[in-house]
Design a protein around this ligand. Structure first.
Ligand code: GLC
Length: 732
C-alpha cells in the first residue's frame, strides 16, 4: 500500500471520533493528495502534536535528517547535497562518508556549466534526472540549486552558481526546480542571500543598497520561489543588516514569506543558526548542523537537543518568553514539505543511461569556444598525427572535490581517456606538465618539487608533436574552486602560465583547454591559437571535451560571467579597498552597487578579455532582418539567424535594454531576453523574443517600490554583451 494512503488512513482512524477529516476517504492507491487535502491533513495533525513532537521536527536528529512523528506514522525527512548530483551517504553524526557501495551517482555538469548553455530546456531535464536520483537515494530534499550572483572572480563557490546576471540565473533556475520537484524531490534554493564569497562567510555582514539587493542579488531567489515554487530555501551563513541570514527579519519574514508568499521551509545552512529567539521569530523553520560539525564535543545525545530550536525553544515557550504561534507556522510548513515529498511519487532511477545522456547533453552545450585562430579546431580524427596531451587536469578527477557539492560518481571520463577514444588513429603521448601537489581520492599527483622536471618533460614532448592539447585550469583544490575559501589570486595556479608559455614557444599548434568555474587571467592568450573553456562537466567530461576537439560536437556555450583582463578590472577589486572585498572586521560594503560584471565593464568602459554572453562556433552565423517594436506592454524583437558556415550549430541571440537620460544611475544595458537556436548549415532560423515592459522597472529606494521610468530606451540586439549587432531607440 503506498505510503501516503496508509499514512492518511492511520490519520483518519486516529481522529475519526474527534474530528471529521475532510479528506476524500476513498483516496485511491495511486492518487496524489491535492494541496487542499494536504492542508486539511495538516489541520488535523497539528492539534494532535505535543510540544515535544513539534519542536523535535524543527532541528536535526543527525547530520542530514530531521525527525517525523513516529506515533502518527509521519516519516523522517532526509536532506542531501548537492546541486549537481546526489552526494555519497554521510555518517549519522559526523562529516565522514558512510562507505556505502550503492550510492555512486551521475555527476552532472556544475551549474556554472548549465548557465553557459543558455538553454532553459536543459535546465528542466537536468532537474528531472537529479530529482530521480534523489528519489532513488530516498532523499526528500536535494540541497540545490545555488544562485548567488558572481560578484568576484575569487569566490570559491562560483562554480556552483549560475553566473553574474540575475536574468540568466532567473530563467534557468525555474525549469531546474520544476524538473526536480516533478519527481517529488524538494529543492533548496541557496544560499539566501548575499553569500558572494567564501572568505569570512560565517561572519561577514554585508552592507548593500536595497536597490542592488533587489535588482541583482534577489531576483533569482524570487524567481525560484514565485515561479519555481521551490519547496525549501536555504539561509546563508553571512549576515545582512547585522542579522544572520538564517534568521533574518527583513530577508525571511518581510521579503520571502510576506512579500513573495513563500509557503515552504526555510532551512539553515549547516551551522548557520545562532540564536533561539531570532530563529523563532525571524523566519527559520529547520535548524541543521549547529553544534555537531562532526568534530565538536558531543553534548548529551549528540547535541541535537542543544540546538537553538530544541530544548532552549521548548523552555522559552514553557516560560512564556515565546508563544507557540511561530512554532505552529514552522510545523505547518514542515508537515507540508513532508506531504509534498511523500505523496505517492515514483521510485526514481540511479546512474541509468538516460541520466548519463542528460549529463552529456548538458555538457555538450556548455563548452565555450573562446578562440580558434586559423580554425585549428576541430582536429581531424582520421589523420595519423602525433598528439601531445599535457596538463594534470587531463587525468585528475574534478568531481570528487570542491566541498559539499563533491560527488562519488559511477564514473568520470578523464580528458586523456576521452581524447584516446576520439582519436584512435593518432599517436597520443601524455605529460603531466604541472602538479597541484594535492592528492585526492586515489589521485597521486607528482610531488611539488618535480615542477621543473615536469615542465621540461612537457616541453620536450611538445617539440616533436603535430598538435598539443593542453588541459589545465583550476581543480577544486582548497582556495581554488572550492567551498570554504576564496582564490588568493586571479592567475592560474601551479605555474601553468609559465608552462603554457614554454610549450607555445616550441609548438604553435597548441589548443588550451581549461576547466574552471571562475574567470582567470590569460597572459599567454596571444601565443596560442585556440582556447576552450571546459567548465566542470561531470561524468561525461572527457568524452565531451574530446568530441568538441574532433568536431563531433560544435560548441555553443556562452560565458555566464565576464573574464576581466586583470583582477583590478572587476568591480569589487577596482576600489582596492578591503571593505569592498573581502571586508574588514566582519563588515563589508558592496560599493560597486548595481554595477557587477558586464554592467561594470560596459558602464565604466573597461574592456574585458572575454565578455559576458560570448562564445564562438565552428560555423558562422549572419543575423538579419532584426526588427524591434514595442507596445505599452512589451518589446518585441524578431530576427533571422542564418548559418553561413559548413556545419550545423547553435547561436544565442541576446537582447539588452538600457535607459536614455535616466533620473537614476543605471548600467549602460541589462540582459532582458535571449533565445538559443539550432541552425543547420545553409539554413535560417527565425527568433522571436518578447520582453515585458514590466521587466524594465528599477527599484526606487525612496519609495521602496519598483518603478517604470517613462521616456527613451535603447534596445541592443547581439550575440554577446559586447557583440552588439543593432541598437534601436524606443519610447515608453
Ligand atoms: C555547507 C554548504 C551548503 C551545504 C551544507 C550541507 O556548509 O554551505 O551549501 O548544502 O553545508 O553540506
Amino acid at each position: 500500500m503506498n505510503k501516503v494512503f496508509s499514512f492518511v488512513l492511520a490519520l483518519t482512524s486516529l481522529c475519526a471520533t474527534s474530528c471529521k477529516l475532510s479528506l476524500d476517504a476513498e483516496l485511491s492507491l495511486d492518487d496524489k493528495m491535492s494541496d487542499a487535502q494536504i492542508e486539511a491533513a495538516i489541520d488535523t495533525i497539528l492539534p494532535q502534536l505535543s510540544l515535544e513532537e513539534k519542536v523535535a521536527m524543527l532541528h536535526a536528529q543527525s547530520k542530514f535528517s530531521t525527525p517525523g512523528v513516529p506515533r502518527l506514522g509521519i516519516p523522517e525527512l532526509w536532506w542531501s547535497d548537492g546541486p549537481h548530483g546526489v552526494r555519497a551517504e554521510i555518517n549519522w553524526n559526523d562529516w565522514g562518508y558512510a562507505g556505502w557501495n550503492n550510492d555512486s551517482c551521475t555527476a552532472f555538469p556544475a551549474l556554472s556549466a548549465l548557465a553557459a548553455t543558455f538553454n532553459p530546456d536543459l535546465a528542466y531535464i537536468y532537474g528531472v534526472a537529479l530529482g530521480e536520483e534523489s528519489r532513488y537515494r530516498k532523499k526528500n530534499v536535494i540541497l540545490g540549486p545555488g544562485v548567488n550572483i558572481y560578484r568576484t572572480p575569487l569566490n570559491g563557490r562560483n562554480f556552483e552558481y549560475m553566473g553574474e546576471d540575475p536574468f540568466l540565473a532567473s530563467v534557468l533556475v525555474v525549469p531546474y526546480i520544476h524538473g526536480v520537484q516533478s519527481t517529488g524531490t524538494a529543492t533548496s534554493v541557496k544560499h539566501y542571500a548575499l553569500n558572494n564569497q567564501e572568505e569570512d562567510r560565517m561572519g561577514v555582514n554585508v552592507e548593500v543598497s536595497e536597490r542592488a539587493l533587489r535588482e541583482l542579488y534577489l531576483p533569482a531567489f524570487k524567481a525560484a520561489v514565485v515561479d519555481g515554487k521551490a519547496w525549501t530555501l536555504m539561509g546563508s551563513y553571512n549576515r545582512y543588516n547585522n542579522q544572520h541570514c538564517c534568521h533574518n527579519e527583513i530577508l525571511l519574514n518581510k521579503i520571502l514569506k510576506e512579500e513573495w508568499g513563500f509557503d515552504g521551509v526555510v532551512v539553515s545552512d549547516w551551522g548557520g543558526a545562532h540564536d533561539t529567539k531570532e530563529a523563532a521569530l525571524y523566519g527559520l523553520d529547520v535548524e541543521m548542523g549547529s553544534f555537531t560539525n562532526g568534530l565538536d564535543a558531543q553534548i548529551g545525545n549528540f547535541g541535537w537537543d542543544d540546538y537553538n530550536l530544541a530544548r532552549p525553544y521548548r523552555e522559552a515557550i514553557k516560560k512564556g518568553e515565546l508563544t507557540d504561534k511561530e512554532l505552529n507556522d514552522k510545523v505547518r510548513r514542515i508537515l507540508r514539505l513532508n506531504f509534498r515529498t511523500n505523496n505517492n511519487w515514483g521510485p526514481g532511477r540511479m546512474t541509468c543511461d538516460a541520466h548519463m545522456k542528460t549529463a552529456h547533453d548538458i555538457a555538450r552545450e556548455a563548452v565555450t569556444l573562446l578562440k580558434n585562430e586559423g580554425s585549428i579546431l576541430p582536429l581531424d580524427p582520421s589523420k595519423k598525427i602525433k598528439i601531445a596531451v599535457i596538463g594534470e587536469n587531463a587525468t585528475r578527477t574534478l568531481v570528487k572535490a570542491g566541498g559539499s557539492s563533491e560527488l562519488k560518481p559511477k564514473y568520470e571520463v578523464a580528458p586523456l581517456d576521452g581524447i584516446k577514444k576520439q582519436f584512435p588513429n593518432a599517436d597520443i603521448q601524455y605529460a603531466t606538465g604541472y602538479t597541484s601537489g594535492a592528492a585526492f581520492y586515489g589521485f597521486a599527483p607528482a610531488p611539488k618539487e618535480d615542477q621543473k622536471k615536469l615542465k621540461a618533460e612537457a616541453v620536450e614532448l611538445a617539440k616533436s608533436a603535430d598538435v598539443v592539447i593542453y588541459v589545465g585550469g583550476l581543480n577544486k583544490n582548497y582556495q581554488q574552486d572550492c567551498e570554504g575559501g576564496d582564490r588568493q589570486s586571479y592567475e592560474l595556479p601551479f605555474g601553468q602560465d609559465a608552462l603554457i608559455d614554454a610549450v607555445a614557444a616550441v609548438n604553435k599548434n597548441m589548443v588550451v583547454v581549461l576547466a574552471s568555474g571562475n574567470a582567470y587571467s590569460m597572459p599567454w592568450l596571444d601565443k596560442v591559437p585556440a582556447v576552450v573553456q571546459a567548465w566542470y562537466l561531470g561524468s561525461e567530461s572527457g568524452n565531451v571535451i574530446a568530441e568538441v576537439l574532433d568536431g563531433s560536437i560544435n560548441p555553443s556555450g556562452k560565458l555566464p560571467f565576464s573574464f576581466p583582463v586583470k583582477l583590478a578590472d572587476s568591480a569589487p577589486h577596482s576600489f582596492n579597498d578591503p571593505m569592498v572585498y573581502p571586508g574588514v572586521d566582519h563588515q563589508q560594503i558592496y560599493k560597486e552597487d548595481i554595477l557587477v560584471g558586464y554592467r561594470w565593464h560596459d558602464t565604466k568602459g573597461i574592456k574585458p578579455l572575454f565578455p559576458f554572453g560570448f562564445g564562438l562556433s565552428y560555423t558562422t552565423f549572419d543575423v538579419k532582418n532584426i526588427n524591434v517594436s514595442n507596445t505599452a506592454a512589451d518589446i518585441k524583437v524578431s530576427a533571422d539567424v542564418a548559418n553561413t558556415g559548413s556545419v550545423c550549430g547553435a547561436e544565442v541571440l541576446q537582447v539588452y535594454v538600457g535607459k536614455v537620460d535616466s533620473k537614476v544611475a543605471r548600467a549602460q544595458k541589462e540582459l532582458k531576453g535571449f533565445q538559443k537556436v539550432n541552425v543547420n548549415k545553409g539554413a535560417t532560423a527565425s527568433v522571436n523574443i518578447s520582453i515585458p515592459v514590466e521587466s524594465l522597472k528599477f527599484f526606487n529606494e525612496e519609495t521602496h517600490a519598483w518603478e517604470l521610468e517613462k521616456g527613451k530606451y535603447v534596445v541592443y540586439v547581439g550575440t554577446s554583451s559586447a557583440d552588439i549587432l543593432s541598437t534601436t531607440e524606443i519610447e515608453l
